[in-house]
Design a protein around this ligand. Structure first.
Ligand SMILES: [Zn+2]
Length: 429
């Protein structure tokens, strides 16, 4: 499975209908307890109250960075074989920022130097650290890359604290409590699935961007968000997976499906029973009109060519792309979601791409070309995307739809049951 394509889409706070803002008055207790705890293959919890550890990639391939640490903290070094206790150092309270730099085989933190593959920075328990304008809980880990010239910065944090920073970034905190709870369960399921599926082969589990789930750290937290996470603590979605029994699956979600969600198989190429398209008459009531029906987008042909060829070098054999047409699409009646695109080249050769991959290659933000429900044509040296509808990949829970359902009095369980049919809620920890 192509990990880059496992995108979820950020719900922008401006995206929702402010007129319909409702104040959360009361959160009714937790979701009903499950009778059985199936084996779902998640790692054992490391914290007493907070779930398994999640390793979030904050910064990739850096040679230097600046970290704000308004407290005393410890730094220690680990190598592939052992912890280098001799390098453990305690930093007394530092008021402000500290520079971290890799030079040769040494990482300098402030005026102290460390050698090793991994450097851990642990602030005092209640403290947070800041990086790139965001504040985070947990620990910070610097891992030197194999090239020896750069390091990755990873936030090691318990799952529940991580989720507070995700739910608050993925959904406005003034949305209905049941929508926030549904979001928390979907995000928890997705995170644990990615950790389990991809985390063992790399030194991090999830990135902090919409390539996985948007994570804003402490900035995403607020009372309604913490409440939604706490009330669903440890709860995940599972489905029957044949000989493997019940297991978690990648519970994708996106902003507004545009009227119908899509089979995951057509977008990401993976197939799980709950990830099938369902009609969604809900998001139209919540999504802003210009997101639900997005305006015509025009992109320069040369630029589109360049972006496609730099991302897919194999397409060079096509020469210039002379035609972009739908080769596969899902028909919803009055509109269609493009799922596979044929690219015709000036050399006479052609190739094809998943429509979602094409969209996110030619618009990396995913915010201009908002979905693959559109029609593509060519005019005056530009590709024209018209009759756009919906925001995001459209697989799994429709976030605006979840909000609309919650407004109608539906519970988080009912929302999840609707968007992930044949799944059920289980306790991971
Ligand atoms: Zn929808």
């Amino acid at each position: 499975m192509n990990n880059q394509s496992q995108r979820t889409t950020l719900t922008n706070r401006r995206f929702c209908d402010h007129r319909a803002r409702l104040v959360l008055l009361l959160l009714i207790g937790g979701l009903s307890a499950c009778k059985e705890k199936p084996h779902i293959g998640v790692p054992p919890r490391v914290g007493e109250q907070s779930g398994p550890s999640v390793r979030v990639l904050l910064l990739k391939g850096a040679a230097a960075c600046t970290v704000g640490l308004g407290s005393s903290f410890d730094v220690w070094v680990e190598t592939a074989s052992a912890t280098r206790g001799d390098q453990k150092k305690h930093f007394e309270e530092i008021d402000g920022e500290i520079e971290i730099e890799l030079s040769g085989e040494t990482i300098s933190i402030g005026d102290k130097a460390f050698e090793g593959d991994e450097i851990w920075i642990k602030p005092d328990s209640a403290a947070v650290f800041s990086l790139g304008g965001y504040e985070y809980r947990g620990m910070l880990r610097l891992v030197v890359n194999e090239d020896g010239n750069s390091f990755d910065v990873i936030n090691d944090i318990d799952a529940e604290s991580y989720l507070a920073g995700v739910v608050g970034a993925e959904m406005p905190d003034y949305w209905e409590g049941e929508a926030l709870k549904a979001q928390a369960i979907a995000a928890r399921t997705y995170c644990l699935y990615i950790k389990q599926r991809f985390g063992t082969g790399r030194h991090w589990d999830v990135s902090k961007t919409q390539a996985h789930q948007v994570y804003r750290g402490v900035g995403g937290e607020s009372a309604p968000i913490r409440s939604a996470v706490n009330h669903t603590r440890g709860k995940v979605l599972v489905c029957d997976q044949g000989k493997d029994g019940e297991a978690i699956f990648p519970a994708y979600y996106s902003s507004a499906c545009g009227g119908h969600t899509e089979n995951s198989e057509n977008v990401f190429g993976d197939s799980f029973a709950p990830l099938v398209g369902v009609e969604c008459p809900y998001c139209v009531d919540v999504a802003r009109p210009r997101y639900y029906f997005w305006p015509t987008v025009r992109l320069d042909c040369e630029e589109v060519n360049e972006r496609l060829l730099s991302n897919y070098p194999g397409l060079k054999q096509l020469g210039k792309i002379t035609d972009i047409t739908a080769s596969e699409q899902t028909d919803y009646g009055t509109y269609q979601r493009l799922t596979r695109i044929k690219l015709q080249g000036s050399t006479g050769k052609s190739d094809s791409l998943r429509a979602e991959d094409l969209r996110l290659t030619i618009d990396r933000s995913g915010r201009i070309l908002k979905s693959t429900i559109c029609e593509i044509s060519k005019s005056d040296g530009q590709w024209v995307f018209r009759f756009g509808r919906g925001f995001g990949h459209g697989v799994g829970m429709c976030q605006c739809g979840a909000q609309a359902m919650a407004r109608q009095g539906k519970t988080a369980e009912q929302i999840l049951e609707y968007y992930y049919p044949s799944s059920r809620i289980a306790e991971a920890y």
